[in-house]
Design a binder for this molecule. Structure first.
Ligand SMILES: [Zn+2]
Ligand SMILES: [Zn+2]
Length: 291
């Protein structure tokens, strides 16, 4: 019985770890499906509403743009998950230990500067930034590029979706700011369950809401990481008010995104070799926290 319970708990834990990825995938595909629908079918909420017809060429441009962003989000997310950022399989240099090396009692090995142990991944991660709960994996030296590109295209995709969904908000609020319209925007689930709106109106209101909330969240994450990228700092170093490895804006871009930093964000398929090894970093500032 006990082993059965622990097996169930173990399985539940595995499902919970993958739940954010599944939820995000569902949201990304739902939003893309909805904006594609908005482009292809002219009226979002009222079928009889007449609008200026978009040309086939303009619709194609929109659809290509949408699938370019979707492709980049999915491919970057996939490469992020497939790229192992940990010290597993890395030759850590034997006894050539220098300044900033530490000993990890969990992994039972010496670890280089900027490397730290993740208790979720249960391993030390090179140039560890943080553990991303949405992906269930750490952001480190080797997969930072994919993480940032994925954020960039999520941000631009959500910005686009918010603009496209402005029409949905306009249609909902067309009759004025009534109790019904405000409730539909704030709590569409309850309006659906109580039978006050159709499943179609719910789907549009829910996706439009998700776009706005998602855009605000992703904007905060994205601009924070761009700020750190320019400063050559990890989230951990920012927390502890340290910035000892900054190489100037261009140097930081090269060392984080690779030699083709100016191009690689366009597609994860563009190779961009990282100049360092994730273990040796040039110290340019104080290793102690600044006040
Ligand atoms: Zn460790
Ligand atoms: Zn982790």
């Amino acid at each position: 019985m006990t082993s059965f319970a622990s097996a169930v708990l173990c399985r539940a834990e595995k499902v919970c770890v993958h739940l954010p990825v599944l939820l995000n995938t569902f949201l990304v595909f739902s939003i893309t499906g909805e904006v594609s629908y908005l482009v292809l079918v002219e009226a979002p909420l009222e079928a009889e509403q007449k609008r200026t017809e978009w040309s086939a060429w303009w619709k194609t441009v929109h659809l290509l743009g949408q699938y370019f962003m979707l492709g980049n989000i999915c491919w970057n997310a996939l490469l992020f998950l497939k790229t192992n950022p940990s010290i597993k399989g890395v030759f850590l240099g034997g006894d050539s230990l220098g300044q900033g090396w530490r000993y990890c009692y969990t992994c039972e090995t010496h670890t280089p500067p900027r490397c730290s142990h993740c208790f979720d991944c249960k391993v030390c991660v090179l140039r560890r930034d943080h553990h991303c709960v949405f992906f269930g994996q750490c952001v480190g030296f080797r997969n930072y590029r994919y993480f940032l590109s994925c954020l960039l295209f999520m941000w631009s995709g959500l910005l686009y979706a918010v603009v496209m969904n402005a029409e949905v908000f306009i249609v909902i609020l067309k009759e004025g700011v009534t109790f019904h319209s405000v409730m539909l925007l704030l709590i569409p689930w309850i309006m659906l369950v109580s039978g006050q709106i159709s499943a179609r109106a719910f789907a549009f209101a829910f996706i439009a809401d998700s776009c706005v909330v998602g855009f605000l969240l992703v904007s905060a994450f994205f601009f924070f990481h761009v700020f750190l990228l320019f400063r050559g700092q990890t989230t951990r170093e920012w927390y502890s008010s340290r910035r000892p490895y900054s190489l100037g804006v261009l140097g930081n871009l090269r060392h984080t995104l690779g030699l083709r930093w100016y191009l690689c964000w366009l597609s994860p398929l563009i190779p961009s070799l990282l100049p360092g090894d994730g273990m040796n970093f040039r110290v340019t500032g104080s290793l102690e926290p600044s006040k």
